[in-house]
Ligand binder design. Structure first.
Ligand code: GDP
Length: 369
């Protein structure tokens, strides 16, 4: 019977044999009602998650069954980390099933945005990645924005099919599912939410009134996102939770910006121009001269340049340098996955060197805002 009992938090099957695996619960806690696995227990009581990773291959294997079914797929991405959280291989395994792209965390963008423009931008980026989508919905799971529309559109596309919800970690999938549960069923079982990676494990079935289900899948871990590389203690600092307050810098050629000790932005060549940084307020941005940058990092990484704190610096991979050329006349963002982006007005073009931990996705993209 131990095999059949599920965690009231994440839905994983409970087991008392392997502490490293999903659903682990100490023998004596198994009798408790509701029974909750050790991971969820820790998250709830200490706000501390054990990171449980599901890698790309495992993820694809798990999801390959969707292509064989008649289902609606909701792909949830994080607007703040769009290119980092988009599952570009999605198209391969969803078959002919419709994909709804739900873009979460729109509360981070300033009020009074042109939402049509954002929607077009999203549509365009998804198309470039080879993902065919039937609709784009802009929502905030946390602030409860855009959900009435989402519920309507899901009803339209779902018909009498199951709904699969897929996404990377930390995009707000648990928050969104909890919101859907409230709308869709009388059941008051809440899934665990936390800001730590890998919170949702296994396929969790949420029964709907018509006998169909919403199926929550594990969050895929992409190591090209800064959020997956930093220590959990620094995650709160890099995930923004309020409307982004951009910081504008007028830079001359030969100036450098440090984003804590997480990344460095060198303006190597170009006329004096402005750069607008969109990141969490908890990241200290420090300006210096390019010729002083190495010294500054050597002497102040982990104190003046933070996060991360000194004792956690070692955990980050060494930096690699990305050379980016902003063409003259093209407004572009320098995107650093999980950390944010820097908008370049591009009037006169620029040559930039961006240093970021090895593996982190760094790229130029057409400007979001
Ligand atoms: P999951 O790993 O995809 O299940 O993501 P969670 O639901 O646990 O959320 C990850 C983090 O994103 C948490 O810190 C949430 O508070 C935060 N989050 C979720 N939805 C929103 C949103 O609409 N806006 C903002 N600003 N943060 C959100």
């Amino acid at each position: 019977t131990e095999q059949q009992k599920q965690c009231a938090g994440c839905g994983a099957f409970l087991q008392a044999t392997n502490a490293e695996q999903a659903g682990y619960i100490p023998e004596k806690a198994l009798e408790r009602e509701p029974a909750i696995c050790q991971r969820c227990f820790k998250i709830k009581n200490y706000n501390e998650a054990q990171s449980v990773a599901i890698d790309h291959d495992e993820f694809l294997r798990m999801l390959s069954r969707i292509g064989d079914e008649d289902a609606l797929v909701i792909h949830i991405v994080d607007l703040f980390d769009f290119e980092g959280s988009l599952i570009s291989s999605l198209q391969r395994f969803v078959g002919n099933n419709p994909v709804l792209l739900v873009v979460n965390k729109i509360d981070l963008l300033p009020k009074g945005m042109n939402w049509n423009r954002i929607r077009n931008w999203v549509q365009h980026q998804a198309k470039e990645q080879g993902i065919r989508i039937v609709d784009v919905l802009l929502v905030s799971a946390k602030r409860d924005l855009g959900f009435d529309r989402l519920v309507e559109v899901v009803a339209e596309w779902r018909g009498d099919r199951d709904v699969y919800v897929v996404g990377a970690t930390n995009v707000g999938k648990s928050t969104l599912i909890n919101r859907l549960i409230r709308d869709y069923s009388d059941m008051d079982r809440e899934l665990t939410t936390s800001r730590y990676p890998g919170t949702t494990l296994d396929l969790v079935n949420i029964p709907l009134e018509d006998g169909r289900s919403i199926i929550d899948t594990p969050g895929i871990v992409y190591t090209h996102r800064m959020t997956e590389l930093v220590d959990r203690k620094d995650l709160g600092a890099i995930l923004p939770d309020k409307t982004l307050k951009p910081t504008v810098f007028q830079l001359n050629e030969g100036q450098t910006l440090f984003f804590g000790a997480l990344a460095r932005f060198d303006f190597a060549e170009g006329e004096r121009q402005s750069f607008t940084c969109y990141m969490s307020n908890a990241i200290k941005i420090h300006r210096t001269k390019l010729e002083r940058a190495d010294d500054l990092y050597r002497n102040h990484a982990g104190d003046m340049l933070a996060p991360p704190a000194k004792d956690r610096l070692e955990q980050l991979p060494e930096w690699t340098k990305h050379q980016l050329r902003v063409p003259r006349g093209g407004e572009m963002d320098v995107f650093i996955s999980g950390l944010g982006w820097i908008a370049c007005n591009g009037k006169s073009g620029a040559l930039l060197n961006v240093h970021a931990p090895k593996g982190v996705k760094v790229m130029l993209r057409s400007t979001l805002i």
